[in-house]
Design a protein around this ligand. Sequence first.
Ligand code: GLA
Ligand code: ZN
Length: 689
Amino acid sequence: MVNDSRIQKIPYGGDYNPEQWTEDVWAEDMRLFRLAGIDIVTLNVFSWAALQPSEEVYDFSKLDRIMDLVEENGLKVCFATSTAAHPAWMAKRYPDVLRVEFDGRKRKFGSRHNSCPNSPTYQKYSVRLAEELAKRYGQRKSIVAWHVSNEYGGACYCENCEKAFRVWLKKKYGTIEEVNRAWDTAFWGHTFYDWDEIVAPDLRSEHFAETRTNFQGISLDYSRFNSDSMLACYEAEAAAIRAFVPDAKITTNLMGTYKPLDYQKWAKSMDFVSWDNYPENGAPYARTAMSHDLMRGLKGGMPFALMEQTPSVSNWLSYCALKRPGVMRLWSYQAVAHGADTVMFFQMRRSIGACEKYHGAVIDHVGNENTRVFREIAALGAELEKLGGHTLGGRSRAKAAIVFDWDNWWALEYSAGPNTDLHYLDEIFLWYRALAEQNYAVDLISEEDALSRYEVVIAPVLYMTKTGYDEKIRGFVRDGGIFITTFFSGIVDEHDLVITGGYPGRLRDVLGIWVEEIDALPPDASNQMTYEGTSYPARLLCDILHTEGAETLSVYEKDFYAGFPALTVNSYGEGNAYYVATRLSDDFYRTFLRERLEEKGVRPVLDADAVSWPTEKASPHSDGRKAGIEATERFANGKSILYVLNHTDETAEITLPSERTELLSGRMLKQGDKISVAPKGVLLLEKNL
Ligand code: GLA
Ligand code: ZN
């Protein structure tokens, strides 16, 4: 499905659940798929109870017929293992499959994504099912990908998890003394003398709210353990599949900026990344772009699969707004523009019962092709057919990167101070948005990724500085890179233990500063600073710092720390390290980042000057630019494709930066040509390198 020589065009289709229907409906499905240009279906996502009606019996007869049917109709298959919802008989006979919630409630049968990852029953039967499926269907040529379980998530606090946690800790720390040190259990006399004294840190133990804990160390380790536990389930199923299908391409559908699972770790065990894109109502387009870029970064920029999106509406929002005409197409291309090699939906046919009966589908309850949504899907299907393989395998060549780290996310939001309004994603997004809305290419990278290919690296609130990461930053700056970090960085090590000797700890020398105190501001309060003649409000946190070699670029203007630095730069080796000591506004981040990139000769993918609007409305940005035209560039096979996406309701005009072919219309365009992009419209502009 991704990086697969059998794939010659963008696979187009999605979750198909024929088992929910009588067989006479299936033939009509095939007719409609043909009409819509559907060429791939994700099968068998939630069929465990049907495949294994009792502990002793497997029954694949219906799945055999479904597989025969889709193959006769030339469809490719993304083949799921069905292990995201256990059968009722299993929960009744083996209650260990049922999770214990954060508040200590033991679940009964119901819902989905509900199995305890450390349940011996779940482990045994999920792997056995994956094995049976691989044995039976592994040689089917139609299968282009294996889809293990579905949207792993949540957490369990049962006794089996508790036991497994102790084993995990033993492996990590070796001795109980080391655990006590890492968690600083001398505080409040929580010293452990025996492994069995350690319990899961839930609402009955160290927590008093989801992100409020008395002991960050144990909570942080439990987050890591829970993510690892689910990953182990994924890996066990993947191994079972691989035993029968050595060259299987295996994935599971991720959820973008999903906090409970460390996807950077997960991706190492996945053959390719796939994810489900369901933006919140009214989310800025840059927010969706950020999730795509995070997902692309999980495997070093390798293309990913857009596994699910709704064709029209999501049922689970408070206000289930329809995607407006053209938006499904626009967002499909947005995914491709950010690195997706597939366009897939949840789901093919709208169910008649249960909680997703009002979720959008290719085939609506009316059951025919005469709907707006179907027509839009069929039009996109025809277009993707025409587009062929042009976009496949495209890669970004971003020169700016934002460091994203799950451990840091967990630790920061467990931190018990200094400001409950401090949210990791918000801070990441402020920086991301400033780049994305100016059409600078950006990668979201992990702490394991190399920095040398970038000119500018931003690590917003690098609260946790893991051993060795400081050295990586030093090396990057020494070699000429621009490194930017912010308030509340360099504070703790990987155990959430404060690095003593002055903040920002290990980053103090490269930044050339010492942070003495941190002031937290409630939502309605602000300090102020001025940068290059413009004044900006300073909010959330204000670090009060002294320079130790760094140059002060701006100072606070109010309160007892007026005159103290709010923005500094330290020249270190060949490069520069910036410290933004407080939370500033969008306009600051835009200006500041544009300057840093210009300093390095990095240009936006599409210059702001290249976009013009027939009717000039008030601009949301201080620099007079209107946001809404998104541009990305991807490179493959000696070609570049410039994607231009119009997220607004107005026609825009683009001045071509270079000679290119518009792939969807076949038009050849010269440098300087003016081409209009309709509201919600897209341009795919290809050129040879
Ligand atoms: C998720 C799931 C699907 C379906 C959709 C509905 O992404 O994977 O099974 O429930 O949400 O939005
Ligand atoms: Zn459990």
